[in-house]
Design a protein around this ligand. Structure first.
Ligand code: ACM
Ligand code: ZN
Length: 690
């Protein structure tokens, strides 16, 4: 009987929880929700009490104002119809004991008396409690009686917005900050400087803004593949811009009011073409043209970077200053007199150590001013600066190595967190950097999986999604790339892994997308998502399945990095996904594809076809000609198809079938695809015979 009662109770709790999830969805998903029987109606409004120990009451008042409920400030907490915000000691929050770090946590109780109490140890925690309440109220003015005790899994939950490749306005950035705050994200990494344009006012080096912030071709592609020049501010047709210090301060304050810290990134020593264009004396001696790496041999480089950083830290109060550190080519340093002298004098054995010398010096400079550096994982090369935090982007290896050495790490591996890749069927999406990164894959990322040693895990600060803007000229397009994938980053950063259920998350993301659209945002409309390439979802049956394939010279030199399943690939029944590096597409260089399928016996055949893909950026093209021939004896072939195709360079990827249909009896099929004048790769996944 006792068992029966407890079963009934647990079913009742389950039913309550399901109804909570459906009617009061909160994203990121809270880590503990207990729903009780009953609800309270707050449509008549609430009194608002804010604990006197809260320093910045205005921030919380603004947060509460977004609830869409009539509020009246009162001096004492109300037991009925009151929204009461308290700062308390951690020990006073029952559920807090379950969390290692409760600094941003909150406890939210909707009581049967009709009051809503939020308790936290910090104002940020109270703000996040208000955000949860705001989301619960989307369903109407009735709240379930419940208890939520919630805190983030990671202390760093961020996105990178790239305003170098295309400048974005303060208003645009504020609008993104609004959504980030609603999702309890707390770091906005602004990529302020890069070859395509310098975007922050610096008074001591004025040409960074009067020259290096402007170019004439508006699209990045035209500029990058053209002269890659800059123009004086005010030149007719000049495209670009920069944040004035006033703009930046306004933005910093706006973000801080929403408990978001802006981390400015000043790239060095690579990705600095625009700096060198404005101040050519900072280039290595032999070739000031088209250089992206600052000369580390010259003291002038340090004088400049330090002066710039002085101005940056005056505007951005963040603990972290991002100093870039990625993708320096390091080539000009090898034969620059100044760099070589520096290496001799400092006893540096390699150009990696030369870069490391610079990062160490900059770290020391910033540390002395009370700031910390964070940099891309290349700053590990040549020796990591002693207090540096690493942002791991080329994968997780850099981050893991840094964490193992006792450095803090933000995980941002490109395979999961580079949301500049298309999020849906690439042929249907606007031009983007390659790949395919749907919401589900972003959501599947775990920055600190179970398998990670505790000694490493403790250094994982959190996670960041990066949205580079090379191919994103407009604000609308940028929003479409950012949302909803940044919602997944928010939830990965906040919710404990055990709660992860993609279908549930997706349903909540759709609701957020709909809400954003109703507010004039332009998120990707998840409701219309096509998803992974339909052909790839299930193995297919066809007459050549499992038949042996002979690769004729030189096509037997497929791959080797795109060998897929080797000689079995083209008849293994597995169709490729949207990306060529999936182990299903086989990549051919040299002579293209030239293979013979042996059907084992003379077979009646009515169609033969294979799909190819084209991604011009990385050099993957359609064939210009496909020839298909058949034979009964393997000696005498009859050509049955000659399919010509005009290969055209296009911005978006495409997929196309090259095949024949008719009726023929044959044992051997020769399928030959020729590369076009663009050379590059041919990729094919399966030769389907029916
Ligand atoms: C990077 O994507 N180069 C950090
Ligand atoms: Zn040099």
């Amino acid at each position: 009987m006792k068992k029966f009662i407890s079963l009934v109770v647990s079913f009742a709790i389950m039913a309550l929880s399901n109804s909570f999830a459906q009617n009061y969805a909160i994203t990121p998903e809270p880590n503990l929700v207990e729903v009780r029987e009953g609800s309270v109606d707050i449509s008549k409004g609430l009194s608002l009490y804010i604990d006197s120990s809260v320093e910045d009451v205005a921030r919380l008042e603004s947060g509460a104002a977004l609830l869409g409920v009539d509020l009246k400030r009162v001096k004492r907490p109300a037991r009925r119809c009151g929204l009461n915000l308290y700062i308390v000691d951690r020990a006073e929050i029952g559920g807090a004991a379950a969390y290692d770090n409760f600094d941003e946590g909150y406890e939210l109780s909707v009581c049967s008396s009709g009051s809503v109490d939020i308790k936290a140890t910090t104002a940020a925690g109270l703000y996040y409690g208000l955000q949860s309440l705001r989301q619960m109220l989307k369903g109407g003015a009735t709240l379930p009686i419940c208890y939520i005790c919630d805190a983030p899994r990671f202390e760093y939950r961020g996105v990178l917005i790239d305003i170098s490749r295309h400048f974005r306005s303060v208003d645009f950035l504020k609008r993104q900050i609004d959504i980030m705050a609603e999702l309890k994200m707390n770091r906005l990494h602004l990529h302020l400087t890069d070859a395509a344009g310098w975007r922050i006012e610096v008074e001591s080096y004025p040409r960074l803004c009067s020259y290096a912030a402007w170019r004439t071709p508006a699209t990045w592609k035209e500029w990058w593949y053209g002269e890659r020049g800059y123009v004086e501010q005010g030149t007719e047709g000049a495209y670009g811009g920069y944040l004035t210090k006033e703009d930046a301060k306004e933005l910093v304050e706006y973000a801080a009011a929403r408990y978001i810290t802006i981390i400015p990134e000043i790239e060095m020593p690579g990705h600095s073409d625009e700096v060198i264009a404005a101040y050519p004396e900072l280039a290595c001696s032999h070739n000031p043209e088209r250089q992206g790496d600052l000369c580390i041999g010259k003291e002038a480089t340090f004088e400049m970077m330090q002066a710039v950083l002085d101005e940056i830290i005056e505007v951005f109060p963040s603990e972290y200053i991002h100093i870039g550190g990625d993708e320096a080519t390091k080539s000009s340093w090898k034969d620059c007199e100044d760099c070589q002298r520096r290496m001799r004098e400092e006893g540096l054995q390699s150009v990696d150590e030369l870069q490391s010398y610079m990062i160490h010096r900059i770290e020391e400079y910033l540390n002395a001013k009370g700031r910390q550096i964070i940099g891309w994982d290349e700053i590990l090369e040549g020796g990591l600066a002693p207090n540096a935090t690493v942002m791991s982007w080329r994968g997780e290896e850099g981050g893991l190595a840094a964490a193992a050495a006792g450095h803090k790490v933000v995980m941002s591996p490109h395979g999961y967190c580079y949301i500049d890749a298309p999020q849906d069927a690439p042929p249907m999406q606007p031009e983007a950097i390659g790949g395919y990164l749907p919401l589900e894959k972003v959501y599947s990322y775990d920055p600190a999986p179970e398998s990670m040693a505790d000694s490493v895990r403790e250094y994982i600060l959190g996670v960041q999604g990066n949205l580079w803007a090379e191919f994103i000229p407009t604000d609308e397009h940028y929003e479409m790339m950012l949302w909803p994938r940044a919602i997944a980053i928010a939830e990965i950063g906040w919710s404990e892994l055990k709660e992860r259920d993609y279908d549930d998350f997706r349903a909540r993301a759709v609701a957020i997308v709909e809400d954003m659209m109703s507010r004039g945002y332009n998120p990707f409309d998840l409701r219309n998502e096509i998803g992974e390439r339909p052909e790839s979802l299930q193995p297919i049956e066809h007459k050549a399945l499992g038949k042996s394939v002979e690769y004729l010279y030189p096509s037997r030199y497929y791959g080797p990095q795109y060998a897929a399943a080797g000689d079995a690939t083209l008849t293994d029944g597995l169709r490729g996904t949207w990306t060529y590096a999936d182990g299903r597409w086989q990549g051919f260089l040299r002579g293209g594809v030239d293979v013979i399928i042996d059907m084992g016996e003379v077979t009646h055949i009515e169609s033969i076809a294979a799909d190819f893909m084209q991604y011009c950026g990385p050099g993957v093209f359609m064939p210009c000609l496909v020839e298909i021939a058949v034979s009964e004896d393997g000696e005498n072939y009859t050509k049955i198809a000659d399919i010509e195709h005009e290969v055209v360079v296009e911005d978006v990827p495409s997929f196309k079938s090259f095949g024949w249909s008719g009726a023929v009896d044959a044992r051997y099929i020769r399928y030959k695809a020729h590369r076009s004048r663009y050379s590059g790769f041919l990729f094919v996944d399966e030769i389907v015979v029916r």
